[in-house]
Write a protein that binds this ligand. Structure first.
Ligand code: ATP
Length: 211
């Protein structure tokens, strides 16, 4: 079976960039955030169960989850956050598992290894059981803040508040089997990702956890 790698990292660390690069090199990528978005799009199961539990007002005019409204609610109401997670997490997990199993059933030359992108892997332990290795994208906190600012327009205090709710850099690194540093430019990241790709190609046929 193709080795499964769980990819994680703090906000703005470069998870998507690394996943895209590995995908371009041939990895099969399963992104849990992307699946969460797909499941809460108009007409999808996630949007339906949210409307049943929280009311139609948590959907936008098209019928998709109204993320801003839901974010505001769960930010101020931990019980609502739990309710939302208990509705959506099993749906997401089911879809992730199905995709991983489908990829794993394909021949090695089509799918040499599988990468599951799990932003909160260290915080929640979710999906750890599906993967043989944990890959952490690591960068210093000032860079994380600068990247998130540039991309989202959030102010540093808001970004720091999000980071304070995530695992610390040290905790994440303690859980890593592999680490890709993302402190340089995108070319440097690409070189580091290519080296990882070669390592992951070599896992096939070996026991992935023993590398
Ligand atoms: P999030 O947790 O917010 O989803 P992420 O960990 O997936 O973020 P990316 O989306 O890959 O991180 O990167 C955050 C932003 O920083 C993006 O706009 C990306 O293009 C940029 N970025 C990532 N790595 C680099 C780099 N080495 N040099 C320059 N820009 C980078």
């Amino acid at each position: 079976m193709a080795p499964v790698i769980a990819l994680t990292g703090g906000i703005g660390s470069g998870k998507t960039s690394v996943a895209d690069m590995l995908g371009n090199l041939g990895a099969a990528v399963v992104d849990t955030d992307e699946i969460a978005h797909q499941l809460t799009a108009a007409g999808q199961t996630g949007a339906r169960v949210v409307a049943e539990e929280f009311g139609r007002e948590f959907l936008d005019a098209d019928g998709a989850l109204d993320r801003t409204r839901m974010r505001d609610l769960v930010f101020s109401d931990p019980a609502a956050k739990q309710r939302l997670e208990s509705l959506l997490h099993p749906l997401i997990r089911h879809e992730v598992k199905m995709r991983v199993e489908n990829f794993a059933a394909r021949p090695a030359d089509a799918v040499p290894y599988i990468v599951i992108v799990v932003p909160l892997l260290v915080e929640t332990g979710a999906y750890r059981d599906l993967a043989q290795r944990v890959l952490v994208v690591d960068c210093d906190e000032d860079r994380q803040i600068a990247r998130v600012m540039r991309r989202s327009g959030l102010a540093p205090p808001q970004i720091k508040a999000i980071m304070a709710n995530q695992a610390s850099r040290e905790e994440r690194l303690r859980n890593a089997d592999d680490v890709v540093r993302n402190d340089g430019d995108l070319e440097a990241l690409r070189a580091a990702v290519e080296a990882l790709h070669l390592k992951y190609l070599g896992l096939r046929g070996k026991r992935a956890g023993t590398q």
